[in-house]
Design a protein around this ligand. Structure first.
Ligand SMILES: Nc1ncnc2c1ncn2[C@@H]1O[C@H](COP(=O)(O)OP(=O)(O)OP(=O)(O)O)[C@@H](O)[C@H]1O
Ligand SMILES: NC(=O)c1ccc[n+]([C@@H]2O[C@H](CO)[C@@H](O)[C@H]2O)c1
Length: 230
C-alpha cells in the first residue's frame, strides 16, 4: 500500500518541522523536499519590482521533482534503501512518501498524486516575524517579504482554491506536538480506509432459511484487511 502525503502551505508555516516529526513516527516513510529543486540562482528571473522571483513555480525544477516521485512510485522499497530508510518488517506492505514544500499544489501534473494534501497557514504578522529569523542560502533582501513573498503566497493560494484543489488546512500557530498528532491520526485513518477499500468484497448476507432446509449458518464475514501497525 502506497500513500503520498503533501505537507504544503505558507513559508515558515512549520512544514519541515512537521515533516520531520512525521518521518520519525511513520514506518517506511521517505521524504522529498521541494526546496531541493530550486533552479540555480542565475536562472531565477528578476521581476519588474527588482526582486529575484524565488517564490514562483518557474523557479523550481518541477519536472525533476516529479521524476523523483515517480522513482519512489516504481520502487518504494529500493527508494527507501537508497535514502537510508530501513524497511520495518512489521509494516513491509506500507510505504509512505511525504512531499514538503510551499508550492506543492500549484503544479498540475502532481496534484492528483496525493492521497492527502495538508496546508499549513499562519497569519501575516507571524509569518513575517518567523521569516525574519531565518536565513536561506540566499538571504532575503530588504522588502522581499512584503514585495514578493507574501503577494505570491496569496496569489498561488487563491488560484489553488479557485481550481478546487481539496486540502486539509492546518493552523500553524498550534503547538508542534498537537499538529503532529492531528496529522498522524488522519494518516492512520487514511491507511485504514485504503486497506478496507482494497479488501475483497464480502459475500452478501445469508437469506434466512426455514427449518428442515439444511439451514446452516453462513461463515462469518472475514474481517477487512488491516494495514500493518503504524
Ligand atoms: N507549531 C509551531 N509553533 C511555533 N513555531 C513553529 C512551529 N512549527 C515551526 N515553528 C518555527 O517556525 C519556523 C519555520 O519552521 P519550518 O522551517 O518548519 O517552516 P517551513 O514551512 O518548512 O519554512 P520554509 O519552507 O519557508 O523554509 C522555525 O523557526 C520553527 O522552529
Ligand atoms: N532554498 C533556496 O535556495 C532558497 C533561496 C532563496 C529563497 N528561498 C525561499 O524558500 C522559501 C520556500 O521554502 C521561499 O519562500 C523562497 O523565497 C529559498
Amino acid at each position: 500500500m502506497k500513500l503520498i502525503v503533501g505537507i504544503g502551505g505558507v513559508t515558515n508555516g512549520g512544514k519541515t518541522t512537521l515533516t520531520d516529526s512525521l518521518l520519525k513516527a511513520l514506518p517506511n516513510c521517505c521524504v522529498i523536499h521541494q526546496d531541493d529543486f530550486f533552479k540555480p540562482q542565475d536562472q531565477i528571473a528578476v521581476g519588474e519590482d527588482g526582486f529575484k522571483q524565488w517564490d514562483v513555480l518557474e523557479s523550481l525544477d518541477m519536472e525533476a521533482m516529479l521524476a523523483t516521485v515517480r522513482a519512489w512510485l516504481c520502487g518504494p522499497q529500493k527508494f527507501a534503501r537508497a535514502h537510508g530508510v530501513s524497511v520495518r518488517p512489521d509494516a513491509a506492505d506500507t510505504h509512505i512518501l511525504i512531499l514538503d514544500g510551499f508550492l506543492l499544489y500549484s503544479y498540475r501534473p502532481m496534484v492528483d498524486l496525493y492521497s492527502r494534501r495538508y496546508f499549513l497557514t499562519i497569519p501575516y504578522e507571524e509569518c513575517k516575524w518567523r521569516r525574519s529569523t531565518r536565513s536561506y542560502t540566499v538571504p532575503d533582501p530588504p522588502g522581499l517579504f512584503d514585495g514578493h513573498v507574501w503577494p505570491m503566497y496569496q496569489k498561488y493560494r487563491r488560484q489553488m482554491e479557485a481550481d478546487g484543489v481539496e486540502v486539509v488546512y492546518l493552523d500553524g500557530t498550534k503547538p508542534r506536538e498537537q499538529l503532529c498528532q492531528q496529522v498522524l491520526d488522519d494518516i492512520r485513518n487514511s491507511l485504514l480506509n485504503q486497506a478496507q477499500a482494497a479488501a475483497p468484497t464480502p459475500a452478501p448476507p445469508a437469506r434466512p432459511q426455514g427449518p428442515g432446509r439444511g439451514g446452516g449458518h453462513r461463515a462469518a464475514r472475514p474481517a477487512a484487511a488491516q494495514p500493518d501497525a503504524v
